[in-house]
Structure formats: structure tokens, C-alpha cells
Design a protein around this ligand. Sequence first.
Ligand SMILES: NC(=O)c1ccc[n+]([C@@H]2O[C@H](COP(=O)([O-])OP(=O)(O)OC[C@H]3O[C@@H](n4cnc5c(N)ncnc54)[C@H](O)[C@@H]3O)[C@@H](O)[C@H]2O)c1
Length: 251
Amino acid sequence: MRLANKIAVVTGAGSGMGKAAAMLFAREGARVAAADINEAQVKETAAEIGAAGGHAIAIRADVSKSEDARRMIDETVAKFGPPNIVYNNAGIEGDSNYVANMTEEQFDRVIAINLRGVFLGMKYALPHMVKAGGGSIINQASIAGMVAIKGGAAYSASKAGVIALTRVAALEYGRYNIRVNAICPGAIETPMAQRIRKGEPPKQHALNRISVFGRMAEADEIAKVALFLASDDASFATGAPFVIDGGWTIS
Ligand SMILES: NC(=O)c1ccc[n+]([C@@H]2O[C@H](COP(=O)([O-])OP(=O)(O)OC[C@H]3O[C@@H](n4cnc5c(N)ncnc54)[C@H](O)[C@@H]3O)[C@@H](O)[C@H]2O)c1
């Protein structure tokens, strides 16, 4: 088991990639603090992990709120001990609008959850990781943080911010044996992607444009990358944005 004796916090663990990672981390031996703003869904994740023989607690937390982010880490430490792995995955797509039509509230909401949420997750976990002698932080960015997507001013800015934040934290905390990396997924089949498609099935011509494989990825295909970054196999990886986009951005 690749995460035996590790303690992992996963945010946005009630759905999509966060849930897939929480389940995979637990299967690989980690004790998982599964956090999400959606209490019912994150309790379901923890229950599924328990039913499969793993160890998990469910924490209701809004990652954009300082007191929630702090409590998320404190509860993890109290229940399991200091986290070795923190996957700051929670995020929202927000409303799509061209810049002049985007309201300040729409912009601020996406930045608060996708960018400040990642900052707060690191801010409250890092002192424990420093004290414990090291660890791995994984921040969920997106290829939208590298290329422009119409209507995505807030989303793209938030994800580019996550990549920048990741680099700074990696530079600052390498000396404490803490690795900080970002994952930049392309199009992944999750409830978020289904909301963006408004329930429509994916169109083949669009799929061929967004991946050389002509399909979207399953959440598990990203969870496996998170597992690699969480594990000691990634011992020399830090400060890097890992693009996992099925070739979307190669041309
Ligand atoms: N699906 C894609 O194609 C795609 C591509 C690139 C990046 N991403 C990013 O991956 C991450 C996960 O996305 P997903 O597709 O699995 O989405 P999802 O909507 O299926 O899951 C996101 C989870 O985050 C939770 N969440 C939302 N706001 C929160 C908050 N304030 N505090 C705590 N939890 C909150 C939701 O309740 C949900 O359970 C997001 O950061 C998203 O931006 C998604």
C-alpha cells in the first residue's frame, strides 16, 4: 500500500475528483479526513470508505472561510494526527460571462473558493507539516490556469493563481521536506462537467477538440495522479503544474 500510515486531508471530497481521490487514498492505506461544504455527500464518502474497510472522518467545511479551514485541520489533527498529505481540490466553476458582463460578486465568489480556499488549506496545514517533518500538498488547478477559456475570467484567474501559489509555497517549504504540486486537469467527467454541459451528453466533435483520445477522463484518472504526488514515488517533484489533459493543450 502506497500510503500506509499516512494521514490525508481531501477537500471537495463529496463529489467528483475529490471523492475519487479520498477513496483511492484510503484504499492505499491512508486515514482520510474528507472535507466538503456539502455535509450529506461527504458523510456518504466517509461511509463508503468505512464500508470498504478504510478509515475516514467527514468534516463539513467551507474552504473559503478561515474558521472552517482552520477547524478542518484541527479536527484532522485531533482525530488522526498531523496530516502528511493535503489535497486542496474543492472548487467551483462559477458563472460564465465575458469580462464586462461578469459581476464583481461572481468574480469574488470564484476567487474566494478556488484561490483563497487553497491558500487557507495550506496556511493552516503547513505549521503541522513542518512540525511533523514533511509532507505533500497537492493543489487543484486546471488547464484553464494556462490557456484562456471564453467566459472564464474568474475561473482562469483563480486557477492561474493556484499555480503561482503552489510555486511560492514549494519554494518556501522545500527546506522542511514539504513538496507542493498542482494538478491541471483537462475535461473530466464529474458532476461539475455535467453542470457545465447542462445535462447534455458530450458531443463527439467537442470531445475530439478537447482530447486527442476523443473522450473525457474519468475522475479516477486524476485521482491516480494525485496518489503519485501524495506518495514517496514523487520524492523529487515539487512546485510543478502537472498537466493531465489528454492532449487538449498540445496544439
Ligand atoms: N471537471 C473538470 O473537467 C475539471 C477540470 C479542471 C479542474 N477541475 C477542478 O477540479 C476540482 C474538482 O472538480 P470536480 O469536477 O470534481 O467538481 P464537483 O463539482 O464534482 O466536486 C466539487 C466538490 O467541491 C465541493 N465544494 C464546492 N465549494 C466548496 C467550498 N466552498 N468548500 C468546500 N467544498 C466545496 C462541492 O460540494 C463538491 O463536492 C475543482 O477545483 C475544479 O475546478 C475540474
